[in-house]
Design a protein. Structure first.
Length: 220
């Protein structure tokens, strides 16, 4: 008979031992609670949506002991029948792998991925870039919209991300060094606008900008 547990938000309720007969959906709840203290809320929310959409419908009612490499392969074949990109397939697959690796590492539970292959690829499709001539033809159509014009100029000439641009304030412009300090990013999460630290420490940086862009920003 499958073991079922109910978890609260209190991580002290997490059991130290588990039966391999625990239902996957119950084990995932335990995993989710533990990850709340280790991942950013936005990262956890993104992973949770993926698990809800692509993993729980297939595995939720199965006990961990009933999930074999063949079960993993059947699930993978279902994913492969869709027109998902190779990088998205890799993301879904690695999320499931991470749950089973957690079960193996912390509860000594069976990991069917020890004998199952992975799907997808971490190599994204070749990126397409505007040439300078193409960009100039585009930006020439934006001259009547000062806000959009300035935004696209900053994006093109600095390489910053859209979220980083949307989080900027006037104080982020270093007038002495003629640069932009990038220390935060904007995200939309659960219907709320949030200003958050960047995803990694390496994203915190100062970008020196050309004089013409500095003047455009000051004029705006």
């Amino acid at each position: 008979m499958a073991q079922s547990i109910f978890l609260t938000e209190d991580v002290t309720c997490v059991p130290e031992q588990l039966s391999p007969d625990i239902l996957f959906k119950d084990f995932y709840q335990l995993y989710y609670v533990d990850m709340q203290g280790r991942l950013k809320s936005t990262t956890l929310a993104t992973r949770h949506r993926l698990v809800q959409d692509k993993i729980l419908p297939f595995f939720g009612e199965l006990s961990l002991s009933d999930i074999t490499p063949a079960t993993i392969r059947a699930w993978q074949n279902l994913l492969l029948s869709n027109s998902y990109s190779s990088t998205y397939l890799k993301t879904i697959d690695m999320n499931l792998y991470g749950i089973f690796k957690y079960a193996e590492t912390y509860y000594d539970l069976p990991n069917p991925y020890s004998r199952a292959e992975h799907i997808g690829s971490s190599d994204s499709a070749r990126m397409q870039f505007w040439t300078l001539g193409e960009y100039r033809r585009f930006i020439g159509t934006m001259t009547d919209d000062v806000k959009a014009y300035t935004a696209f100029e900053m994006l093109y000439w600095t390489g910053m991300r859209v979220g980083e641009l949307l989080a900027l304030t006037p104080d982020d412009i270093d007038h002495k060094a003629v640069s932009i300090r990038i220390t935060k990013t904007y995200i939309r999460h659960d219907g709320h606008d949030l200003i958050m630290p960047p995803k990694t420490e390496n994203s915190i940086r100062s970008v020196v900008i050309p004089d013409f862009l500095y003047r455009e920003i000051c004029d705006y």
